[in-house]
Design a protein around this ligand. Structure first.
Ligand code: UDP
Ligand code: MG
Length: 153
């Protein structure tokens, strides 16, 4: 089954939204495979945001991501990469629809609460970037037949 990575950014940590955000994925029916608090540094952010290194706001977003420790989580589910991106909403919190995480908790482009992997390929790269193998768990949280029809799994 597919996995994805999310980062609860300093803009959420500072506002005590950690539990709120994790709860959304839990009640949706996604399975938690890994979770930890970590302080990001320049090295890991240079990799993580490499696609933005030519942008004028590159240093600004790295500084913002280092403002507090963050929470990184790995979630598992059918089509979970796209599903989580839709739960998160578009980059600009002001454009994001109400009901999405950014739409409900953010009024900003930069301070937009959460990161989520954008493709299946990037998700696996990002999971490996933020977690060691022994920090990831695969266990039966709930019988999958409660969550999915047999043919969907
Ligand atoms: N960002 C920003 N200004 C921009 C575009 C992006 O501050 O014009 C920040 C924002 O926090 C975003 C992050 O850089 O979440 C990564 O940008 P990306 O285009 O990958 O957006 P995302 O995939 O997070 O929606
Ligand atoms: Mg992105």
């Amino acid at each position: 089954m597919e996995r994805t990575l999310i980062i609860i950014k300093p803009s959420a940590v500072k506002r005590d939204l950690i539990g709120e955000i994790i709860h959304r994925f839990e009640i949706k029916g996604l399975q938690l495979c890994g979770l930890k608090m970590m302080q990001l540094d320049d090295k890991i952010l240079n990799e993580h945001y490499a696609h933005l290194k030519e942008k004028p706001f590159f240093q600004r977003i790295k500084t913002s991501m280092m403002a507090t420790p963050v929470i990184v989580c790995c979630w598992k589910g059918v089509d979970v990469v796209n599903l989580v991106r839709r739960m998160v909403g578009p980059t600009n919190g002001r454009d994001a629809a109400l009901g999405t995480i950014r739409g409900d908790y953010s009024v900003s482009v930069q301070e937009n609460i959460i990161h989520a992997s954008d493709t299946v390929e990037n998700a696996e790269i990002e999971i490996r970037r933020f977690f060691r193998t022994e920090e990831l768990y695969d266990f039966e949280q709930l019988n999958p037949s409660v969550l999915y029809a047999e043919y969907e799994k």
